[in-house]
Design a protein around this ligand. Sequence first.
Ligand code: DGT
Ligand code: MG
Ligand code: MG
Ligand code: MG
Ligand code: MG
Length: 268
Amino acid sequence: MANSRFEYVKLFERENFLLPETHIVIRVDGRGFHKLSAKYSFAKPNDLGALELMNRTAQKLMDQMPDISLAYGDSDEYSFLLRKGCGLFERREAKLITTFASTFTAYYQFYWPQYMKQPLEEDRLPTFDARAVVYPSEPTVRDYFAWRQVDCHINNLYNTTFWSLVEGGMTPKEAENELIGTLAADKNEILFQRFGINYNNEPALYKKGTVLIRGPIFEDADGQRDKSKRQQERQEKKMKKRPIVERHIDIIGASFWDGEKEEKKQES
Ligand code: DGT
Ligand code: MG
Ligand code: MG
Ligand code: MG
Ligand code: MG
């Protein structure tokens, strides 16, 4: 468009370019899923269809964004790790997070009928927000993902015990009081003694959440900057072709990440 006398308004725009040479993590989270899960009668504490729908949506997003090497999800959230030198949208924060939130929302709604029994209603459509955080090193990225999985574990143990107590006849208030001040060991004990549930035998999907890997996890997009457009496109195609592997495993301990390193060593 030709210049006009109105064009100066563009000077008011501000762009946040996420720090170069850092690991970008983008986390999407469902808006008001406390209410939404009640409205669509999600099973408690875990709705298998809803979790599979999250996983399918996250896989599709990864398909579209070759810069994602790792994703982790549980409950109504998903975190995506972008390769360190990633230049997607020139690392513009607003462009990244709005695209992630809207693309995730679009696919979640698109796949909904394949996984959920109740049809969506226009007065409560599922939507997602997104935020981006940059991490300066591999250890901080590992700690980020550990933090999310610990959160999944704490919530799932609590919710599993809580809903067992309620199914066992307590009111939600009574169950809540019963659990005040209890440690993990106490909850395991309640589940085992009163309900014959061995928490260890609960599905890994519920206990550990879901890891989507398109390794090598920490492969850098190094040298991307100096590459020609054709070379960049070729690299993107290569990344896209790599299969995405879904796992429900521990990512807190070192072995997940070190195993990754071992594989890298063996490859080279
Ligand atoms: P937000 O994120 O601030 O907009 O608010 P919420 O309500 O989405 O809160 P959040 O994200 O902290 O917690 C997720 C809620 O979603 C939590 O109330 C439990 C619910 N939820 C997630 N997955 C399931 C499920 O599989 N079954 C059931 N019954 N509820 C679930
Ligand atoms: Mg929240
Ligand atoms: Mg939420
Ligand atoms: Mg959440
Ligand atoms: Mg445009």
